[in-house]
Ligand binder design. Sequence first.
Ligand SMILES: Nc1ncnc2c1ncn2[C@@H]1O[C@H](COP(=O)(O)OP(=O)(O)O)[C@@H](O)[C@H]1O
Ligand SMILES: [Mg+2]
Length: 279
Amino acid sequence: MIEIKGVSKTFNQRIGGNYKALDDITLTINKGEFVSLLGPSGCGKSTVLNLVAGFDTQTEGTIQVNGKKVTGAGADRVVVFQEHGLFPWLTVLDNVAFGLKQKGIAKKERHEMAMEQIKSVHLSRFADRYPHELSGGMKQRAAIARALAMDPEILLMDEPFAALDEQTRLILHKELEEIWMRTRKTILFITHNIREAVILSDRVLVMSTRPGTIKKEFAVKAARPRESSDSVLHHMEALIMDALADELEKVVREETGDEYSIKKNDFSGTASDSLGGGI
Ligand SMILES: Nc1ncnc2c1ncn2[C@@H]1O[C@H](COP(=O)(O)OP(=O)(O)O)[C@@H](O)[C@H]1O
Ligand SMILES: [Mg+2]
């Protein structure tokens, strides 16, 4: 379980001085839950993830994992980034086994453990390939296998599919859902993609921008495995688009001043409350 209480983060920027990136973030992610943080670029999503990962420290507030304060990186949390971060000089097998080697696990055993995870992301035939010999989707699968090999309780995923083409992303959504249903890892998933957040998550937390706060929370009560045609998902998407529209309007105003204007209704207006489900 991840508990974030009253967390704020101020950066000291080269230009502009102190910059408040996060303001009073409070949220709890239960064990085994799949939660997405959704918001426009620059709203502080990665900052939240980095704090939970222990890569950085908050200016105010506390973050606890299973009742213990986060003071740095830990084996209970593994991060998957947009950039796969595989070592180019190692094969898929050796990349996935790398952390196990660091742990001192003997070669035969760590290769077996790594192969099990490589199978789970359907890359068995490519275990002996090097990263440059893989497609973008395959590289992300390998990165997920490497994270799973460490068997962390928590997976922290920072826009892991953002650089992939639409079709590959849809396939990886299916695969990640299968992995989650099988392992019941606690997943904090960062995305700016509404569809992705809705199709994967139990809960979607919409962030507001500058400074980042949690603006609204949506429970996605659709059956699993998720079907892309499920009307509950379409309805949730529309509700979330509505919640995000104000933020997008704000971003456009800040970035373009009065050179360009866009109204909330340009983004939203399709949500109806007939199906319920929003919080
Ligand atoms: N290390 C840093 N130093 C200064 N400013 C930062 C740093 N990291 C992030 N920021 C600023 O904080 C804001 C939020 O960044 P980030 O969490 O990366 O947003 P997101 O992941 O939602 O796109 C941005 O305006 C960014 O410029
Ligand atoms: Mg980010």
